[in-house]
Design a protein around this ligand. Sequence first.
Ligand code: UGA
Length: 432
Amino acid sequence: MKLCMIGSGYVGLVSGACFSDLGNDVICVDNDTKKIDNLKKGIIPIYEPGLEELVIRNTKQNRLIFSSNLKESVKKSDIIFICVGTPTRKNVSSADLSYVYNVAKEISLSINKFKIIITKSTVPVTTGDIIENLISKKVNKNLFCVASNPEFLREGEAIRDFTYPDRIVIGTDDKRTNKVLKELYSPLISKGAQYIQTARRSAELIKYASNAFLATKITFINEIANLCEKINVNVEDVAIAMGLDKRIGSRFLRAGPAYGGSCFPKDTKAIVATANKYKTNLSVIKSVIKSNENRNKFLINRVNLILKNKIKNKKITFLGVTFKANTDDMRDSSCLTMIPELVKKGASIKYYDPTGYKEIFKKFKNVSYEKTIERSIDNVDLIIIHTEWNDFKSINFNKLINKKKTKIFDMRNIYSSIKMKNDRISYFSIGK
Ligand code: UGA
């Protein structure tokens, strides 16, 4: 099939590369000409395991091409995926849909034969209706169909999540569109993915409700972890036993820092904004947002206790600063709140991240990047394990740190408390 992905960010680039790998002809479009030029040379703008090989392989086969010419790309394609960003609007918590609507307007100027136009970006309920109205101002309704196909892939696991999804959700009432999309996804359906056809508005809401529920699960276990710390209970025992109940499920029950990334913080706020518009009180999600915001303060407080109320002049190292492992994405990483707060309290910060130096910390005098784990943890008062990269899972702290001086705060519960105790390392974790 001939596909066009408009927006070559996370969703557009990963799904475009994966669709081409399934044998489709895909054009990935972006208005960032530098990004497109780089992609043509095989230079990938994001860190995502496996993506570079996939892009290079399919580019060589001529199944995957890159372009900045939206109109020409739309003309050549049968299925158009809108994959541009829907960030939170400034000063309000609803999603900024200007990129989506601008793209829809441009598409409407290039419809030369029947096109299926799909929102893969996370868009609020009724966005599909608005896109349909926008396009029908220029084009006869028989020449296009607007459907919703939310994407559920995670950064760092994107290719695996695309290839082996739990479900594929298609929001359309149009039989012809449903048939084409079922065929497009048939290689994944035959490997066990559930194909769900729903109304367009339902598909739009499914994405927000799913992300909000996952954020709720994480926040729930984070609060249980707070209680565990007070009553000498191990949150991991609680999470494992809870997760074995199939009604609850074991995934996304790992306590840790505040959830971050480009989706959960944005999408929880956006679903509340939608509900407010329809005079519905999503009180659970509202308190999830609040609890997650408070989590940074809570963890800073714990750092303060670990350092015996003396953060001033202390040397603190962060291992990992992105919002989670296996990504270079800093968006809404809890480090962006915790590091400035610790600096404000007089600490000096070193950090190491497998994805390298982060421009965002340049403005802080007391924050420096180290090129190796060893250098970053040498002669510091506290090591904070902030993300769970494999690189951090077998550090020989016994050999590398001064046990009298250096404490470890493992925010991802990577290490065994018992082993650390036996090794006489001053070790603190989450929910234990
Ligand atoms: C999330 C969803 O998991 C995807 O299904 C969805 O497609 C995506 O948003 C999106 O809307 O585009 P992502 O933000 O890439 O994916 O990352 P997650 O793996 O979900 O992690 C989000 C945050 O939750 C991270 O800060 C992570 O550290 C945290 N988390 C996750 C926990 O603290 N505990 C857990 O058990 C799981």
